[in-house]
Write a protein that binds this ligand. Structure first.
Ligand code: MOS
Length: 732
């Protein structure tokens, strides 16, 4: 039974479909991505990557670079002072040490050893190629997780009940090991920063998911007061978590602008993005599942570890979502970092639940098979009403509705359960697989300011970043439903530290964190307007009413806390851009859920795997923007197909860098690889998380889908392949 609405509260009505807020600008090419910023007098920068994996920079010769026509200056380690430590009492991103600038210590191949500034991008590239660096190399454990120099460091285990005792009662057990490779995000817009230093203020234009995080990092890295920095992230050309972490190039560009007094722009080339940005680390998953004599899953013992850099902070939290899947009371999960000489790994879409669900949903399928059970019926038998780790009730969970609706649309009841039994006339093997997922519903505090003017314009400023997921569309949908304003003259100001504090937009918390603030600020506007008109009857939209009242504008501000948050969270948001809570709130736990059904075709001679169709049904609470929500799920499924069948960043064992560091060799699915993807939503509001009832969607979209593909490959061929990507050579 899902939780009930508090007394007197009616569920929010479904939202109507509407076009993307920025659809017209996008098709007209008017959308301003940060990598497109061009300013008068701007210098172009190009970084020079280290050619060793570990050691010290001993000398950098810049004469040949300075002789290139157009080159203005070369920055080396000598141009950077030591960073400032994080301020005392800082939280979240503000508490992290600054990203290194250009420093003599080389921690991974591709680290910047110099940056060339020139009047043109061509001169900057030519100058960068003319730089000669000398090194004192040190022995490195290359990014191979099995390197002899790797050091293993256990992290927090996750415990519910007593798994060892429950496992002793198990009548049927599977114990299997799965592996997910290193992968890179590869958004189309590469990492880019443009910095302007003028009148003692630094303005940074960066495509980031966390404008205030960038501000905090740069302040430490170049040792200036954060109050003198503004960061603007107007429109991000793909983030996926890569732009949710402070990146190394930002402070280099900021310092260059401060030293030259001119605007400086750097767009990091794809190969350098591969080496300097965060990435999804290789992870290994040893899963042991036990079922009792009645065929019910009763125990989980699950050890997960992942590749980590020497100083990296990305935690191996592989159990957070897996503990929630099937109401298993006894769960023992261990995790570890395996530290090697690589750049820091980080968050990449569905960071932990994607690889964890590949392993866990594979293991569940293996257990169902061992028990002679249908994998759909087996999952349906394991519904949950409470969080087994905290014991809190789940505010809403419609996973079984997702599974049932997906199975219905997919036609699952026509499936012949025998592996390898279904073939097309030409011998192509056909397989049908299922995979499910959960993702935490996290929320942040938010601050919104709304100004409605008599001239027809409206400006709404709040915390959030647009990386194509459609947050402006969601914000517009909620605002236009609440107040009567001119939709064509609505300016939604997000990702800008100069208007309101900016929280990182990641972890699928954007919608559920923005909506309550939009509703609150709209309600304040309605009240302020009523007070202004003081009982007079004036018709028309708010702009007309303001004109009638002879007021040029009305402006209101609203602050919004997440469930259970104390007002101190707002201070945290203002000071550090950090005020997260969930998925365990004081009185309940909230997750989003999804079920995916995939069909694969394995060709008889080439063994090529195709995915002609997928059906995915999500429970993200109330759907606020049907069009962008469907697009999110489709994108997540495409990525999961890429992950299951194509993507892996491969280590160069000689030099310790990444070998396939461009889009020609890092293989992703193209249009011809993607068949029909049918997306559906349960669209039932969560009664407790917020008044709209919206949970998160961006990441759960992908979770479990790679497992659905792998489980379908098993059904088609009888082969259980436990490592992504599954390629032709594994099916020969
Ligand atoms: Mo996401 S990987 O939390 O941007």
């Amino acid at each position: 039974m899902p939780a009930q609405l508090p007394a007197g509260q009616a569920p929010a009505a479904p939202f109507a479909d509407r076009a993307r807020f920025d659809a017209r600008d996008k098709v007209l090419g008017r959308t301003h991505f940060t990598a497109d910023v061009a300013l008068p007098g701007m210098l172009y920068a190009m970084t020079v990557p280290a050619t060793i994996a570990k050691g010290r920079l001993t000398a950098v010769s810049t004469d040949a670079a300075m002789a290139v026509p157009g080159v203005v200056r070369v920055l080396t380690a000598a141009d950077f002072a030591p960073p400032k430590p994080p301020p005392a009492g800082a939280q979240g991103p503000a508490a992290a040490p600054a990203t290194p600038t250009i420093v003599p210590a080389i921690g991974y191949r591709g680290a910047p050893v110099a940056m060339v500034l020139a009047e043109s991008i061509e001169a900057a590239i030519e100058g960068a190629e003319a730089i000669r660096a000398s090194y004192a190399p040190a022995p490195a454990s290359t990014p191979l997780i099995t390197s002899p120099g790797a050091t293993r460091e256990a992290a927090e285990p996750v415990e519910a009940g007593n798994a060892a005792r429950a496992m002793r009662r198990a009548a049927t057990v599977v114990e299997v090991e799965y592996e997910s490779p290193a992968q890179h995000h590869n958004p189309i817009e590469m990492l880019s920063t443009t910095a302007v230093w003028q009148g003692g203020r630094l303005t940074i234009y960066e495509a980031t998911q966390g404008a205030q995080m960038v501000k905090a990092n740069v302040a430490k890295a170049v040792a200036i007061d954060p109050a003198t920095i503004d960061v603007r992230s107007s429109y991000v050309g793909g983030g996926f978590g890569q732009k949710g972490a402070a990146q190394r190039q930002t402070a280099l560009v900021a310092r260059a602008a401060m030293l030259t007094g001119r605007p400086v722009k750097l767009v990091l080339p794809r190969g350098q993005v591969f080496h300097n940005a965060t990435f999804r680390p290789l992870s290994r998953h040893k899963v042991k599942l036990g079922a009792d004599a009645a065929g019910r899953m009763i125990a989980v013992e699950y050890d997960a570890d992942h590749q980590q850099s020497r100083e990296g902070q990305f935690p191996p939290e592989y159990h957070e979502a897996q503990t929630q899947m099937y109401g298993i009371a006894d769960y023992h999960g261990t995790t570890a970092n395996v530290r090697i000489d690589t750049q820091a790994p980080g968050y990449m879409r569905a960071p932990h639940p994607h690889p964890a669900s590949f392993a866990f949903e594979g293991a569940v399928d293996e257990l169902a098979e061992k028990l002679g059970r249908d994998p759909v019926a087996f999952r349906l038998q394991h519904d949950a009403v409470a969080d087994p780790v905290t014991g809190k009730p789940l505010s809403s969970r419609f996973l079984n509705d997702c599974i049932r609706e997906g199975a219905r649309r997919f036609g699952w009841d026509r499936r012949d359960p025998r592996p390898g039994a279904t073939r097309l006339a030409d011998g192509t093997q056909v397989g049908w697989g299922v995979g499910c997922g959960a993702y935490p519903s996290i929320t942040t505090a938010n601050i919104a300011t709304l100004r409605v003017s008599a001239d027809g314009t409206t400006r709404l400023a709040l915390s959030g970043h647009e990386m194509g997921q459609g947050i402006r569309t969601v914000i517009a949908a909620a605002l236009l439903r609440a107040i009567d304003i001119d939709a064509d003259k609505l300016d939604i100001r997000i990702g800008d530290t100069s208007v309101v504090p900016q929280h990182i937009t990641a972890g699928s918390w954007g919608t559920a964190s923005a909506l309550p603030a939009v509703e609150a600020v709209a309600a304040k506007m309605t009240a302020a307007m009523a007070e202004l008109l003081a009982g007079r009857t004036v018709t028309g939209n708010l702009h007309r009413r303001l004109a009638a009242a002879k007021r040029p504008f009305l402006e209101v501000e609203a602050t919004q806390l997440a469930p259970g948050q104390q007002p101190a969270a707002l201070a945290g948001l203002r000071a550090a851009g950090f005020a997260l809570t969930g998925p365990a709130y004081p009185d309940f736990t909230t997750f989003s859920y999804i079920a995916h059904f995939a069909e694969v075709h394995v060709e008889p001679r080439t063994r090529r795997v195709r995915v002609p169709r997928v059906v995915s049904i999500a429970d993200c609470g109330r759907v606020v923007s049907p069009r962008t929500a469907e697009s999110q799920v489709r994108g997540g499924v495409v990525w999961a197909i890429g992950s299951a069948l194509r993507e892996e960043t491969e280590v160069d064992p000689r030099y310790g860098g990444w070998l396939n560091n461009d889009l020609a060799d890092y293989v992703v699915p193209v249009n011809a690889d993607i068949g029909a993807i049918e997306v559906g939503f349960i669209d039932r509001p969560d009664p407790l998380l917020n008044a709209v009832g919206a949970k998160g969607l961006g990441e759960v979209a992908m979770v479990g889908a790679a497992a659905a593909v792998a489980n379908a490959v098993h059904h088609a061929t009888g082969r259980r392949l436990r490592r992504m990507p599954i390629r032709i050579e594994h099916l020969l």
